[in-house]
Design a binder for this molecule. Structure first.
Ligand code: ADP
Ligand code: ASP
Ligand code: MG
Length: 815
């Protein structure tokens, strides 16, 4: 004997039911019994309808008509016309019966758990009946079995407890000499006193296990809409995969903590009778699925991760709890009496407080009951009022393999911590098969994904990038991500997923990841109006693991959002200097928030584009070195200008040429003013530990006074010509000494200067050409000869490469 069960999703529509019948056909050669759930969604609708009736809303009638139509349509679609009428009549009779009960609820405005069970029973009674008739119509020898005739329970409506002795006897009697395949209603049963009961939501799995045990079946198959029991709920974790086998205990823990794919109680009868349970997919019937049996092989640390929403924590605390035997006994007895199911308990060894997780719907009821039980202790201030905290979820990692394996909880907490997920309570069963944590419900999807990465894909990380700014740098960056994607995934085990792209006008989000090639184009066409606030809100709400905000703008409006972003545990990578060269207070507070939150704030490209300046400086400082001085040529533009400016050329022509070649800002005065260089040396000085403001940097502005102020670029060039002679004088003086002009930034003895000077042929700046940058770090260790960092220091490609390197750095940190 084999017992099969098909869930609501497998029989949600007539074509799906037909598919199930096809799946069943090859099984007809052996002895089988088949359990069915209500058509997908019907149980929920029945509850809804009864609630409408209870509230005196006549609209329940319309919903009932919908239910009726769904079932009548199924008959019409699945059964040949000549056989339809009697079956339609039978369905109609059941619907009328249901209508009478609902009318009763509507009139007396009362819906007891007993009535609700009766109302819900119609779902399974209709589905199994219709399916049995459809099978008969297709020549299969089948007969309908209302499980209420054989399953006996107590009268705990909504969650009835099975009397196995009577039930087993009744089932066996019923099956004696039965030739036809029994098509059985899941979920429902009868109390000793005769009323209809149910086994708990999703209880059809359990029905199947009850039959399997009673009939000594050699297999139990649960057919659903996914490829078996997976490492996590595939709706929440896209990368979840099928677990080929697990133990009964593992399956029980996973389902107890929310893996809806199988009802927890199902394992009990199967375990006692050593019946393997197979979880199979009706939409992929040839796939092997999962087998749940006595042993757990495959040495993995954990088997799966599950979660449960709608949790409230009750915290009972007070000095009265301390060492008083019997307090917890009274507490749990009270909850048991009030039928409040305790999902998780966490108690500190100080015994000063007990923390209990329960379903939120029962929270107020439970609080009142506990406070009543302990009213004397509360009055005497030995116990405080019960505190409740709602909107929580439980996330559990489960696996036999974590027994005696240190490090599981460390890995779990670190994965959650790195993603800024606060843990409200922790519990580990003494079986060491499960560690559960209570977190905020809004963090569940992120938490599950973070844990899934940490335990199952620890070798592969996904970085979720949110890019603002699609100028030259942003563009090159996307191109680089695209070019390196395969290599990164293969060799560095990093997957860079760009979730959002925005410029100053539009923004486009796609949770699955945007296509890199056409991302910018798509954003321009399909994107919605950009607002920085809107962008940040959305990014925070998405609450993705390993989120990285990449700012490729030079806008202050964007840097104004940094603090909020970092405070939400989202890392930032940026070439934008505005944040770090604003007030020292802002610079400091950003670093501080990042540190507090464990988020990364990386801005290597603030100075020297992709050259490793800031990281090198930080590494030196971290290893205990001290900066004596920093000297640098930090503007690619100005270096280009002064390395091409030689005798015979006019200064204004050189600047013009630099502009024409695209080396300068649209208005070259932005480069010549030295402001940008000042910002860079300010950032380096701050990194070296100096508390400086921008106005403390003394800057030599190379724009002559009469060329400053409001005028067009053409006018500026005209006026600049008048100063060619004075620049020539500087050049001549330098050349006469065998020196070259360089625009330098210098930090020495706590003072920062940016100025035009000249260097002799021994100086490392002397041979600097083109738009290169150079930085000399003189430290206590690099005292004799400074450390030199030199190379291309401007340009979209090298800057984008630096931004990319920072993103990858975060990826390695996340591992
Ligand atoms: P049925 O209608 O067949 O009873 P359910 O909806 O009760 O199906 O259960 C199947 C669903 O359980 C899947 O669609 C999936 O979203 C959810 N689920 C939750 N956790 C898991 C898990 N670990 N593995 C597989 N499915 C899971
Ligand atoms: N139809 C019932 C429910 O939705 C039982 C089941 O599907 O297992 O809860
Ligand atoms: Mg189910």
């Amino acid at each position: 004997m084999k017992v099969l069960k098909f869930g609501g999703s497998s029989v949600a529509t007539p074509p799906r039911i037909q598919n199930v019948i096809e799946v069943l056909k090859p099984y007809l050669k052996e002895e089988i019994a088949v359990v069915f759930s209500a058509f997908g969604g019907i149980t929920d609708t029945l509850i809804q309808i009864s609630t409408l009736a209870l509230e005196g809303k006549a609209a329940y009638k319309d919903k009932l008509t919908e239910i009726e139509k769904r079932h009548l349509d199924a008959v019409r679609e699945l059964i040949s016309i000549q056989k339809q009428s009697s079956i339609l009549a039978q369905v109609k009779i059941k619907i009328n019966e249901l209508e009478d009960v609902l009318h009763g609820v509507y009139l007396v405005k009362e819906r007891t758990p007993r009535t609700l069970d009766y109302i819900m029973s119609f779902g399974e009674r209709l589905s199994a009946y219709i399916i049995s008739e459809a099978m008969k119509d297709q020549g299969i020898s089948a007969s309908y079995l209302d499980a209420r005739n054989v399953i006996r329970t107590d009268n705990h409506f909504g969650y009835a407890k099975v009397d196995f002795e009577v039930t087993n006897k009744l089932i066996r009697e019923h099956f004696r000499n039965k030739k036809e395949v029994q098509i059985i209603t899941g979920f429902i049963a009868t109390a000793e006193t005769g009323e209809t009961t149910t086994l708990g939501r999703s209880g059809s799995d359990y029905t199947a296990a009850i039959f399997a045990a009673a009939l000594q079946a050699h297999d139990l198959e649960i057919w659903t809409d996914v490829d078996g029991m997976m490492t996590a709920d595939p709706r929440l974790v896209k990368k979840a995969f099928t677990v080929p086998q697990m133990s009964y205990e593992e399956a029980m823990e996973l389902s107890h903590f929310g893996a809806k794919v199988i009802f927890p109680a199902t394992m009990q009868p199967a375990m006692v009778n050593k019946i393997p349970i197979w979880i199979k997919n009706t939409f992929n019937p040839t796939f092997k699925g999962t087998v749940i049996h006595a042993e757990s092989t495959n040495g993995k640390l954990i088997k799966g991760i599950s979660s449960m929403n709608g949790i409230t924590l009750l915290n009972v605390q007070g000095s009265g709890l301390l060492g008083v035997v019997g307090v917890s006994m009274r507490l749990f007895a009270t909850l048991a009496r009030e039928r409040v199911n305790v999902i998780l308990i966490s108690q500190a060894s100080s015994e000063h407080s007990i923390c209990i997780a329960i379903e939120s719907t029962l929270a107020n009821h439970a609080k009142r009951a506990i406070e009543k039980e302990f009213q004397n202790e509360i009055r005497n201030e030995e116990i405080d009022e019960v505190q409740i905290e709602g909107d929580l979820s439980i996330v559990a990692v489960v696996g036999d393999g974590m027994k005696h394996s240190p490090g599981t909880s460390g890995r779990m907490f670190s994965a959650l911590g790195k993603n800024g997920i606060n843990i409200v309570a922790i519990a580990q069963g003494s079986s060491e098969r499960n560690i559960s944590v209570v977190i905020r419900q809004s963090d569940v999807a992120k938490g599950l994904n973070a844990l899934h990465e940490a335990f199952f894909l620890s070798d592969r990380k996904v970085l979720n990038v949110f890019l603002v700014g699609t100028g030259l740098i942003g563009n090159s960056l996307l191109q680089m991500i695209e070019d390196q994607f395969v290599k990164l995934a293969k060799e560095n085990l990093l997957e860079v997923n760009v979730i959002a792209i925005a410029n100053s006008k539009r923004m486009l989000f796609n949770e699955e990841g945007l296509t890199l090639k056409r991302g910018i184009e798509e954003m321009k066409v399909k994107g919605e109006a950009m607002s920085m606030m809107g962008f940040v809100d959305r990014m925070i709400t998405l609450n993705k693991t390993n989120s990285i905000f990449v700012d490729c703008t030079s806008s202050e409006e964007v840097t104004d959002c940094y603090e909020r972003i970092l405070a939400s545990n989202i890392s930032i990578v940026t070439p934008n200097k505005k944040a770090n060269s604003g007030s020292y207070e802002k610079y400091y507070s950003l670093k501080n928030v990042a540190f507090q939150r464990g988020a990364k704030f990386l801005y290597e490209t603030n100075v020297g584009a992709g050259l490793p300046v800031i990281n090198t400086l930080n590494d030196l400082l971290l290893s205990g070195d001290k900066v004596i001085s920093i000297e640098g040529v930090l503007s690619g533009t100005l270096n280009y200008i002064f390395s091409t400016y030689t005798t015979g050329k006019k200064f204004s022509d050189v600047v013009k040429e630099a502009k024409e070649k695209g080396y300068t800002e649209p208005d070259p005065r932005d480069d010549l003013s030295g402001k940008d260089v000042a910002r860079k040396i300010l950032i380096l000085s701050r990194e070296a530990g100096l508390q400086l403001e921008l106005d403390q940097v003394s800057v030599q502005n190379l724009v002559p006074e009469d060329c400053q102020g409001d005028m067009s670029v053409e006018q500026f060039f005209k006026k600049l010509e008048r100063h060619d002679a004075s620049f020539e004088k500087l050049l001549k003086t330098a050349e006469a000494k065998g020196e070259k002009l360089r625009y330098k930034a210098v930090l020495r003895e706590g003072k920062v200067k940016v100025e035009l000077g000249s260097v002799d042929s021994h100086h490392p700046f002397y041979s600097l050409s083109g738009s290169d940058n150079i930085i000399l770090l003189t430290t206590e260790r690099y005292h004799e000869r400074p450390m030199v960092i030199r190379g291309p220091g401007a340009g979209a490609t090298v800057t984008a490469a630096g931004v990319f390197a920072d993103i990858i750095r975060i990826g390695h940190y996340a591992k």
